[in-house]
Design a protein around this ligand. Structure first.
Ligand SMILES: O=C(O)C(=O)[C@H](O)CO
Ligand SMILES: [Mg+2]
Length: 254
């Protein structure tokens, strides 16, 4: 039976991160994950994780100048030092809270130089992360939400993983992005399962709770489960109001 991780970048954003961890535990999630926790002291997060017994699955590297439209640094030619600093920061925070993975965000770029810049950043990230048994994740984002993002497809992600050749580099398979960009979510999941490090989901195309939209998540969850995937699936959707009011899917879809 599938189990779920609450993505606290989107769920319970009305609460502080430690309070959101308590809320996720009370709602029945078995794990949590976040986006950019850096304003919360890691010891406060660690205390809430300890109190609830929930693991923190992952967090993201910072995006750079968000107001200026940046969405990550690791594929940006000329920004290698900032990208490395973002990776160091994420790994330090992950280590302090016991998080098991870090999503290295590529940023808005294209072309061969961006590709080699991203590969270089990932080689660095994987080497640093291996010291603390942390997995590095890369995630293709869909072209509607992130039209200029460097990493767009699962094929591109696999080619990059083949080039980096690090056993701790894995794919973040977000059913929402795959559903919007590529389709064939279940078929792609099965084909990619050996290189997937984490799975996320939200309704397609609105990024709401998974019991709405064109993707049948009762079917998707059943197939992922049947494929032998036992890690928590990350609920990364925008509740558009009270998170509790959207949680019916936790029982209706499994
Ligand atoms: O946008 C997503 O799907 C993510 O998982 C990342 O956290 C980037 O925002
Ligand atoms: Mg995602």
């Amino acid at each position: 039976m599938p189990v779920f991780s609450a993505n606290l970048g989107f769920l319970w954003t009305d609460k502080s991160l430690p309070e959101a961890i308590l809320a996720a535990h009370a709602a029945g999630f078995v794990a949590v994950e976040c986006h950019w926790p850096y304003e919360t002291p890691p010891e406060d997060v660690a205390a809430a994780l300890k109190e609830t017994g929930l693991p923190m699955l992952g967090l993201n590297t910072v995006r750079g100048d968000v107001a200026g439209g940046e969405n990550g640094l690791s594929a940006l030619p000329g920004r290698e030092n900032e990208a490395r600093a973002a990776i160091d920061q994420a790994l330090e925070y992950a280590t302090a809270v016991g998080a098991t993975s870090v999503h290295v965000m590529a940023g808005n770029a294209s072309g061969a130089v961006a590709h080699s810049t991203f590969v270089g950043s990932l080689v660095y990230a994987c080497a640093q992360a291996a010291k603390n048994d942390i997995t590095i994740l890369i995630e293709p984002l869909n072209r509607n939400d992130a039209p200029d993002y460097f990493l767009r497809t699962t094929d591109q992600a696999v080619a990059i993983m083949d080039e980096v050749k690090a056993s701790n580099l894995k794919l973040m398979f977000d059913c929402y992005h795959v559903g919007r960009n590529e389709g064939d979510v279940v078929t792609r999941f099965k084909a990619l399962q050996p290189v997937i490090g984490h799975v996320q989901f939200a309704s397609v195309p609105t990024r709401g709770a998974p019991d709405q939209g064109e993707l049948n998540y009762a079917f998707v969850f059943r197939k992922i489960d049947a494929a032998g995937w036992v890690k928590p699936l990350g609920a990364e959707y925008k509740p558009g109001g009270s998170t509790e009011a959207t949680l019916g899917w936790m029982s209706s879809l499994v």
